[in-house]
Design a protein around this ligand. Structure first.
Ligand code: NAD
Length: 498
């Protein structure tokens, strides 16, 4: 029996589709679910529902909107284990990692509950004769989110909690590969008391994405995914007059200095490179080592830790790494490893023949370590998005920074050092949006904002935190004169209010 994964429109599930897409369990390679792929007509229905619900919601006090979000946080907390199981079943990541993803999303919803504080405007008294000035942050209207497969819960939650508490209606287009988490969250939002039409889920492929980009009634588009699609979304949305933030791919570097706490660095790099099988935009696929002795020790220690890793189905106990998301992606990563060997990099650990008993059809690739990687190699230059770590050598910190800054991406980056001056040089000179010092995956907390530079983000607002509130609101500035005025004559010069 195949289960259909439906849309969620106007508070109801909806199964209309122009096509069906098989959703797999990556650990078993089996599919018993299909997601409905909508059309522009399906999107129209969601937009109509959002349009109808928006005025009353925008008029609801921020405090009442926040109370509903608070209820959602409580329900999410109560149901997080079930949601994590859904994520593991369709994405493949291990259960504890899926729970971590839910937690990081939940924290954005917690932050969104402070909307009454965050939506406060400014006020200036007496900016001119009897004139006061104040600002309002008002909702944009109908906002859409288009999200990637690698965080089916957290990335949508970077967007919709803030959009909703700010008074907007939201339409989510999740990734086709793991679409169930979105529907689970939609049902919890309904249970929390969110009015029908304020949160809708429309599944689909390019057809629905293009319908979003072209829809006259959608005012803002948030996208997270690969760089070529991010660029396309940014250009098309901007051309159609929409506010847009489009987060793209990454190739994050970690620099290990001779003065680093090497054990700390090794554990950080192992988690950063192989956690979630390397399918994180903040993963650490590249380590740049300064100093020959540090290099040698780092490779030895990394190899020891890789040999201890437990690769298995994500729902099994004590697993470090689950499978990749699809067979195609598994093939793509295996192909990159073949390329690395042909390019002449030293294959220190080879994950190509990883077999998991009982899961022979799963999409597993074991942790792979390449040493002596050069900056002109394909395995260094491209985003592999799998459990493949490339180690390069640099003569000094300046060369390491130059290497990082010469690449096209600028998402995250980190340094392992015990020297404050090295840390300061690195944090100020590296061209990336998020930097870690002795922290491998420097994902900002919900009350800060997340976003990269260069080809890792098109647009100028980062997601969640204060920038999220900025993105999902429009600023209105009101100048008011109350009182008697002696001057009733028409003014033909630029008003100076003095
Ligand atoms: P993807 O770009 O293939 O898909 C993302 C979304 O775009 C999906 O909803 C998909 O349906 C849609 N899409 C795909 N092809 C499209 C097309 N031709 N036209 C219109 N829409 C299209 O990305 P993915 O494989 O799901 O996710 C992995 C990528 O996302 C990696 O590159 C990763 O680095 C990136 N990512 C970035 C961040 C970040 O914060 N910068 C976070 C997570 C993932």
């Amino acid at each position: 029996m195949t289960t259909l994964i439906p849309h969620f429109i106007n508070g109801q599930i909806n199964e209309e589709h122009q096509a069906l897409f098989d959703v797999y369990n990556p650990a078993t390679g089996q599919s018993d679910k299909q997601v409905v792929l909508g059309s522009s007509e399906t999107l129209d229905k969601a937009v109509s529902a959002a349009k109808l619900a928006f005025p009353a919601w925008a008029n609801t006090s921020p405090l009442k909107r926040s109370r509903i979000m608070n209820k959602f946080v409580i329900l999410l907390e109560e149901n997080k284990d079930e949601l994590a199981k859904i994520i593991t079943n369709e994405h493949g990541k291990v259960h504890a990692d899926a729970l971590g993803e839910v937690q990081r999303g939940l924290e954005v919803a917690e932050y969104a509950c402070s909307a009454p504080e965050l939506l406060k405007g400014d006020f200036s008294s007496n900016v001119g004769g009897q004139v006061d000035c104040h600002t309002l942050r008002l909702p944009v209207g109908i906002c859409a989110g288009i999200t990637p497969f690698n965080f089916p819960c957290m990335v949508p939650m970077w967007m919709f909690p803030i959009a909703i508490v700010a008074g907007n209606a939201f339409i989510l287009k999740p990734a086709e590969k793991d679409p169930s988490a979105a529907i689970f969250m939609a049902k919890l939002l309904k249970k929390s008391g969110l009015p029908a039409g304020i949160f809708n889920v429309v599944h689909g492929d390019k057809l629905v994405v293009d319908a979003i980009l072209e829809h006259h009634d959608i005012g803002a588009v948030s996208f997270v995914g690969s760089t070529p699609i991010a660029k396309y979304i940014y250009e098309a949305a901007a051309k159609n007059g929409k506010r847009v933030q489009a987060l793209g791919g990454a190739n994050n570097h970690c620099v290990v200095m001779p003065d680093a706490d090497l054990d700390l660095a090794v554990h950080g790099i192992i988690g950063g490179a192989f956690g979630s099988a390397g399918e994180r935009c903040m993963a650490l696929p590249v380590a740049v080592v300064v100093g020959k002795d540090t290099h040698k020790k780092l490779i030895e220690k990394l190899s020891i830790e890789i040999d201890k890793l437990n690769v298995n189905s994500g729902d099994q106990p004590n697993v470090d790494m689950g499978p990749l998301v699809t067979k195609e992606h598994q093939q793509k990563v295996l192909n990159y490893i073949d390329i690395g060997v042909k390019e002449g990099a030293t294959l220190v650990r080879d994950g190509r023949n990883t077999k998991v008993p009982g899961y022979e059809n799963g999409y597993f690739v074991g942790a792979t370590l390449f040493d002596n990687v050069k900056s002109d190699m394909v395995i260094y230059k491209e985003e592999i998005f799998g459990p493949v770590l490339c180690v390069l050598a640099a003569d000094n910190l300046g060369d390491a920074i130059e290497l990082i800054n010469s690449g096209p991406f600028g998402n995250g980056s980190c340094i392992y050092t015990t020297n404050g001056a090295h840390s300061r040089t690195y944090t100020t000179q590296v061209h990336a949006g998020m930097i870690g010092v002795n922290i491998p995956i420097p994902v900002p907390m919900a009350f800060h904002s997340f976003g990269g530079w260069k080809a890792s983000l098109f647009g100028d607002t980062h997601v969640h935190g204060p920038e999220g509130f900025k993105f999902y609101t429009r600023l209105k500035t009101i100048s008011t004169r109350w009182g008697q005025s002696d001057n009733t004559a028409s003014a033909f010069v630029m008003p100076t209010l003095s």
